[in-house]
Design a protein around this ligand. Structure first.
Ligand SMILES: O=C(CO)[C@@H](O)[C@H](O)COP(=O)(O)O
Length: 233
């Protein structure tokens, strides 16, 4: 399995100080920045777009090295936004298959624009969606809440689904040598991240469990450390 990655969702950050929040959470131990894009159509909420992505790029550094901006598109349709986010500095772009008319084409579009493609499955979306495109993906994102809002409770049925996808990815890797990241997003916190890791996830998105836990002295260091340590339990 690949080394664990923790990707704070900036949906729960202080938007009035977004650049500073991005720089701080990376200095305090985050690996990636998770960038949630909602369109008030595919999901009932409206967030941020490519201009904001471009604006945080100068702040998204860790020890002098650019940190990946991991864009999660909760939008329908998908394709028109892919070139815009690629130009704005996205490292990876993930989308929901039911929001794209041609899933294979959207994956190729993301790759052609120099980004890592990811496919996102909602809690009730069957994992069969992966069957014919696994070899074209770099990441599978399993939603552990219904998309649209931060601060929701983790849906426990996600754990057996993570195990099933982990088995599927391991089988695929044994057959082809191609490895993908398995990301989980929604309600992830220090109390459940150990079980999520044990089920087979290697990439963890957390919003309120990080940005809701800012400490006056140590910033996000304590929250980041307790998440990271708990992945090892
Ligand atoms: O994409 C989403 C929600 O749609 C997530 O990224 C959440 O924003 C994560 O927030 P928490 O559940 O960790 O507070």
């Amino acid at each position: 399995m690949q080394p664990p990655v923790i990707a704070p969702s900036i949906l729960s950050a202080d938007f009035a100080r977004l650049g500073e929040e991005v720089a701080r959470v990376l200095a305090d131990g985050a690996d990636w920045i998770h960038f949630d894009v909602m369109d008030n159509h595919y999901v009932p909420n409206l967030t941020i777009g490519p201009q904001v992505c471009e604006a945080i790029v100068p702040y998204a550094h860790r020890e002098g090295v650019p940190a990946p901006i991991d864009v999660h598109l909760m939008v329908e349709p998908v394709d028109a936004l892919v070139p815009l986010f690629a130009k704005a500095g996205a490292a990876g772009i993930s989308f929901h298959p039911e929001a794209s008319r041609h899933v294979h084409r959207t994956i190729a579009l993301i790759r052609d624009h120099g980004c890592r493609p990811g496919l996102v499955l909602n809690p009730a979306t069957p994992i069969d969606w992966l069957d014919d495109v696994l070899g074209n993906l770099d990441l599978v994102l399993l939603m552990s809440v219904n998309p649209g809002f931060g601060g929701q409770a983790f849906i426990p049925q996600t754990l057996p689904k993570i195990r099933r996808v982990r088995e599927r990815l391991d089988r695929h890797a044994a057959e082809t040598g191609h490895t993908l990241r398995l990301q989980v997003d929604g309600g992830v916190n220090a109390g459940n991240i150990g079980a999520i890791a044990a089920a087979g996830a290697d990439t963890f998105v957390a919003g309120s469990a990080i940005f809701g836990q800012r400490d006056a002295d140590s910033g996000y260091r304590t929250a980041m450390a307790s998440l990271r340590n708990a992945t090892k339990t």
